[in-house]
Design a protein around this ligand. Structure first.
Ligand SMILES: [Zn+2]
Length: 372
């Protein structure tokens, strides 16, 4: 230990010490080293240097110069240690979870439909819906373009063809699926049959309060809670897919994001029942592609979102409607659109992306909404 410290000390201070040392009979201190190996020669050299230094120290005023040299050396150690600590804190910052990446929520531009890909800081994945069966290229290219060949969790909000139409195409493209969560039951359509086929034995019926956790081993996991489903206790027709759909709340740090498919807020009004269960969120989804029967005032009062994402494309329903956009704007909501749709035009509080709407979240609660 002494050898190491003294070597470091000499590396910093030797020039000054040697300048302070007077020429003298160094040979007196030179041991016989011709028979020593290289390592022993090096140690012997240090001993000679120390002896030389001790001699200089013993001269008049030498102790002062020695103290100055040690002070310079201590200062050097302090600077090196400080730099090392700063670098360590930069490269091991826990700001974004163990993986060091921000949480990514991608509302893929799938035209008139819905598909969301969530990528956790540690690289785990969840999909909420996957797009319309007639237009699967955007979903497939986006997922595979991210280098993803496995979806850990897939959640179907409901069984309409614009929400579960592309899981089969993803599987055909080589993307495997972990667990498929949905509201149970069945629907007599080819799209539903294809969805069930893609899920295989991994299909599970979700229950109210169920939580899907990404990065479960992390100090900062991402939780996706099934807030309610199957009409939320309201009596609805068993064929009313929109009313049967799941509503979910993602939480990461203090950030939160709601996902609700095509949930109605009128005839039947499911939103007013589910709203208090969701509570405040930073970001919401504009239900049912901007239908005037969704995103009602009670809902917006309960969620008080700053941003909502509108997934819409060419359609025959006049989505998005001016009524729902007016409501959103009156509640101070900035609306990000994947496309223009076939209804109202974007206004000053609307952001038309014509691409994926991407939300990135860094802890504790910094999030950004961007197009692309
Ligand atoms: Zn829909």
């Amino acid at each position: 230990m002494f050898t190491f410290v003294y070597a470091a000390y000499k590396a910093v201070c030797c020039l000054r010490v040697s300048r302070w040392s007077q020429p003298g009979p160094l040979a007196l201190y030179q041991p016989e080293i011709s028979r020593l190996d290289l390592r022993r020669q090096w140690i012997a050299h240090l001993l000679v240097a120390k002896a030389n230094n001790d001699r200089a120290t013993n001269e008049k005023g030498g102790w002062l110069r020695e103290a100055q040299a040690w002070f310079v050396f201590a200062l050097f150690l302090l600077v090196v240690t400080t730099i090392a600590l700063v670098l360590t804190s930069v490269f091991t910052s826990p700001a974004n979870g163990a993986g060091g990446q921000p949480l990514e929520i991608n509302h893929i531009d799938v035209g008139q439909g819905n598909a969301v890909l969530i990528i956790s800081p540690d690289g785990e994945t969840a999909m909420i819906d996957d797009g319309r069966w007639t237009n699967c290229a955007p979903t497939v290219s986006f997922v595979t373009g991210k280098g993803i060949n496995h979806i850990d969790y897939h959640v179907a909000t409901h069984y309409d063809a614009d929400h579960i139409g592309c899981l089969g195409a993803l599987v055909d493209a080589g993307v495997s699926v972990g667990v498929c969560f949905d509201h149970g039951g069945s629907k007599n359509t080819q799209t539903f049959a294809n969805y069930v086929g893609a899920c295989g034995a991994n299909r599970q019926t979700a229950y109210k309060g169920e939580v899907i956790t990404l990065d479960a081993a992390s100090a900062n996991p991402v939780s996706i809670k099934v807030v309610d489903l199957n009409g939320a206790g309201v009596s609805v027709s068993p064929s009313d897919e929109n009313a049967l759909g799941l509503d979910m709340k993602l939480s990461y740090g203090s950030f939160s994001h709601e996902f609700g498919g095509d949930m109605p807020g009128e005839d039947p009004d499911i939103e007013s029942v589910v709203g208090p269960e969701v509570g405040h969120v930073d970001v919401c989804t504009v239900h049912h592609h901007g239908s005037k029967y969704s995103s009602n005032d009670d809902w917006l009062n309960d969620l008080t979102p700053a941003v909502c994402v509108l997934s819409v494309g060419h359609n025959s329903y006049g989505h998005p409607t001016a009524e729902v956009l007016d409501r959103l704007h009156a509640h101070g909501v900035q609306v990000y659109w994947t496309e223009t749709g076939s209804g109202a035009e974007p206004g000053p509080m609307d952001h038309l992306c014509n691409s994926t709407v991407t939300i990135t979240v860094s802890l504790p609660d910094n999030y950004a909404v961007n197009c692309g």
